[in-house]
Design a protein around this ligand. Sequence first.
Ligand SMILES: [Mn+2]
Length: 195
Amino acid sequence: MRTGNISRKTSETSIDVEVNLDGSGVYDVSTGIGFLDHMLEQLSRHSLIDLKVNAVGDLHIDQHHTTEDTGIAIGEAVLQALGDKRGITRYGTAYAPMDETLTRCSLDISGRPYFVWKVSLGMPRLGEWDTELIEHWFHSFATAAGITLHVENLYGSNNHHIVESCYKALARALRQAVEIDSRKADAVPSTKGTL
Ligand SMILES: [Mn+2]
């Protein structure tokens, strides 16, 4: 089992994360931000990565630190679980439709963090969550996990659908990319020999 376990404590947040890349999509998520919990549950369920998140942050200020640090801690846990990345498929691309909405996520577990976000949201809030923080969550996750991550919403109008399709597309792309490639399970998937 490829597992990662991160405890991240600062003056702003206290976060414990456990992941199992070889799981079955079992989750136990609590961040204090309802919509973020809903999204992280989707991430687990559709990536089949088991995910435990317990985040206690300074929500009396705003949701910025809790959102950002949750992305960082999950990214760090995934990176830890990947180990030397031996045998992984490395690339993943997925489209996630949700009613009128379609989003594509394409990623490379490259060790070179890069982030492209082509998603427009028209509402300032989803539930209590400030929508400007959603891009920040994805950026924080990609940077901490060392992933080249491209997310593009191709079309859609309902903000809940757009955001949920971003997380579901990420989940399905991650599921592909972390999967052990049975044709080359003994090697790191790079001509450089390292990722
Ligand atoms: Mn939903």
